[in-house]
Design a protein around this ligand. Structure first.
Ligand SMILES: Cc1cc2nc3c(=O)[nH]c(=O)nc-3n(C[C@H](O)[C@H](O)[C@H](O)COP(=O)(O)O)c2cc1C
Length: 361
């Protein structure tokens, strides 16, 4: 066997546990019967203490479905503009589309006007969402300029007005997703969290970076611990979970009730079942090539089904690459999907790449 091929084989075996390729996989996601009621957000019971973070442009219905099918306890929509909903933008309303298989679903809205937010919240509830989440964390300039997102964290009066208006307008559980605030101290996070609990918010997700940090530096998990100490509603910890072990560390270090995964879930949706397995001392499901292929094809199929081929294919050109990060010859695969223009072509490229990986073993 040529040296390069041998090296490839060893790399694949070590890194991706492909020796299990012909054996039945350990349960790839948790069955409902496996688990008791771990966590409640208001009236909604989560079957796993794992949450998919809202990711603008990414956590659309097809992406949420694959997260759910890989053990995620609660999936979240991308942030949706309250103005867009109220002014009846059809593109914005499409973002509310859902299917029963992904339930429970949390829909996140952003905005800064209490009446608009309440009106948008009513629309979200009417669309069948299980939980309404309000964005207190987006630090993108365009959003900040409107006084929305993390800008709300330095205006507790307006924040309270929004939460009161929304709380009285809907009966589904209400959650918020906050950052550390505008300085490192975390004081704004604590003030907003206590105020939110007081007005009837059912859970709080904390991404412990300041507004200026955007996604730079490390998330300061001590802020999650401090929020957890200061409220009695569930706290969801978020930031820098890049492995099941990191999730377990976050539970241990912060006492949070659930963990929320964002960037790492892009290309690693199985992280949810892996965290759940670690949490409950079950064998951590490893993802072999066959399973990876299955998930990628499922993502293509679901995206084409939801968006149609014309819109889905350009998305797949960059997104399929997430799933092969670090795998041998992944750059060749990325190149091969750079111009895919049909579902058939995308599936063929996935299959041919995965076949090549298996043949090398
Ligand atoms: C591409 C991208 C889009 C995001 N969109 C949203 C969003 O719509 N709403 C929100 O609250 N946070 C959003 N975030 C922040 C994430 O939800 C999460 O708080 C952050 O990525 C930290 O978690 P992680 O380290 O697990 O990625 C976004 C982050 C990224 C990278």
């Amino acid at each position: 066997m040529p040296f390069r091929q041998k090296k490839l084989e060893v790399t694949i075996k070590i890194a991706y546990n492909v020796q299990t390729i012909d054996k039945p996989l350990f349960a790839t996601f948790c069955l409902a019967s496996d688990i008791s009621n771990f966590m409640k957000i208001g009236s909604i019971t989560l079957k796993s203490q794992t949450v998919l973070a809202p990711l603008a442009g990414i956590t659309n219905l097809p992406f949420r479905l694959i997260a759910k099918e890989n053990g995620c306890g609660l999936v979240c929509s991308e942030m949706i503009s309250s103005n867009g909903l109220v002014y009846n933008s059809s593109k914005t309303h499409t973002m509310l589309e859902s299917v029963s298989e992904e339930k429970p679903l949390s829909v996140q809205i952003f905005g800064s006007d209490p009446f608009m937010m309440a009106e948008a919240a009513v629309m979200v509830e009417a669309s069948g969402a299980d939980i309404l989440d309000i964005n207190f964390g987006c630090s993108v300039k365009k959003v900040l300029k409107t006084g929305s997102g993390v800008a709300l964290m330095r205006d507790i009066v307006k924040s309270e007005a929004i939460l009161r208006a929304v709380r009285s307008a809907i009966s589904i559980p209400l959650t918020i997703k906050i950052r550390t605030g505008w300085d490192k101290s975390g004081k704004q996070a604590l003030d907003i969290a206590r105020m939110a609990e007081g007005v009837g918010v059912d859970a709080i997700a904390v991404h412990p970076r300041t507004a200026q940090q955007m996604f730079q530096g490390n998330a300061d998990w001590s802020v999650i611990a401090a929020v957890k100490q200061s409220v009695s509603i569930p706290v969801i910890g978020n930031g820098d979970i890049i492995s099941p072990e990191a999730a377990i560390d976050m539970f241990a270090q912060t006492g949070c009730d659930a963990v929320m995964v964002g960037r790492y879930a892009m290309g690693n949706p199985w992280i949810f079942s892996q965290i759940d397995a670690r949490l409950h001392s079950r064998q951590v499901p490893l993802v072999n090539i066959a399973r990876r292929r299955e998930i990628m094809i499922r993502y293509v199929n679901a995206s084409v089904c939801h968006f149609g081929e014309k819109l889905a294919c350009p998305m797949m050109r960059s997104r399929l690459g997430w799933f092969v990060r670090g795998l041998p010859e992944s750059s060749r695969f990325r190149e091969s999907v750079k111009y895919v223009s049909s579902e058939k072509e995308a599936v063929e490229q996935i299959e041919s790449y995965m076949d090549r990986l298996i043949l090398h073993i």
